[in-house]
Ligand binder design. Structure first.
Ligand SMILES: NC(=O)c1ccc[n+]([C@@H]2O[C@H](COP(=O)([O-])OP(=O)(O)OC[C@H]3O[C@@H](n4cnc5c(N)ncnc54)[C@H](OP(=O)(O)O)[C@@H]3O)[C@@H](O)[C@H]2O)c1
Length: 231
């Protein structure tokens, strides 16, 4: 067996000192991730199109956590790792406007391009570049784009009664050092484990699978997540 094959999802770099910025961090997903990473000891900057909204969101999470709020360009510029948590509608334009701030950074895309229709439920939208993550990589050629956190429930992230998240996060990307670091970052949240899930050209089905999870959640009144067996 080669060294590459022996590598486990636990043989990862130390991510404990990383600062995290979250674009669109005023929404439930961004705020939920901000809360969990801050609880794990990371300094987090919630980003927004309006500084006041970001500061209000940071304030809602509690003065005892290392979270602040700022406009998206500031959150992007001052953080080691930047999570994209804006709706699909605003994805491309947001990233295009932050190309300079995001250059050289690890950019973690958790955006699910989904549509919703009565009688049909949630479904994956076609994306010209293949997936939201590949769109991010096309728009940000100087950034290290990683896809992760698509299946993490914002409700659970924000629920103070949930101590452990109990799910695996599939981490995809073309830069193995960057995917290792994001796997390690996922592992900073109690109960969560980051598992390498392939290169960016496989991101479409990971984003699309969220539509299936939404169907499960509706049917079973749950907040379903994934566990990968035998790794
Ligand atoms: N909710 C979940 O459970 C969940 C789980 C996994 C992945 N995701 C993904 O995470 C992303 C965020 O989800 P969410 O539920 O938190 O979304 P959301 O509340 O609809 O949006 C998040 C924030 O994005 C900003 N925003 C809204 N429209 C924008 C636009 N056109 N351009 C730039 N910024 C815009 C807003 O912040 P400001 O107005 O303050 O700028 C908003 O508070 C989505 O792409 C979703 O697919 C969500």
């Amino acid at each position: 067996m080669t060294e590459q094959q022996q590598k486990t999802p636990y043989d990862l770099p130390d991510a404990s000192g990383l600062t995290i910025g979250i674009l669109g961090g005023t929404g439930d997903q961004g705020k939920g991730l901000a809360r969990r990473f801050a609880l794990a000891g990371h300094r987090v900057t919630i980003g927004s199109r309006k500084a006041e909204r970001a500061q209000a969101a940071a304030g809602e999470l509690g003065a005892d956590l290392p979270v602040s709020g700022a406009e998206n360009p500031v959150a992007a510029g001052e953080s080691d790792v930047v999570i994209v948590a804006v709706p699909w509608d605003g994805h491309k334009a947001t990233l295009e406007s932050l190309r300079a701030e995001l250059a050289g950074k690890i950019v973690v895309d958790c955006v699910n391009p989904l549509g919703f229709e009565k009688g049909k439920g949630a479904f994956a939208l076609p994306v010209e570049e293949g997936s939201a993550a590949e769109q991010a990589a096309a728009v940000l050629p100087d950034s290290r784009v990683v896809a992760a956190f698509h299946h993490v429930s914002a409700r659970l992230l924000l629920d103070p009664g949930v101590d452990e998240m109990e799910l695996d996060v599939l981490v995809l990307g073309n830069d193995r050092e960057a995917t290792d670091l994001v796997q390690a970052l996922a592992g900073r949240i109690p109960g969560m484990r980051g598992v390498y899930g392939g290169r960016l050209h496989n991101a479409h089905q990971i984003e699309a699978f969220t539509a299936n999870l939404i169907s499960m959640n509706r049917r079973y009144k749950a907040h379903a997540g994934l566990r990968i067996t035998d790794v």
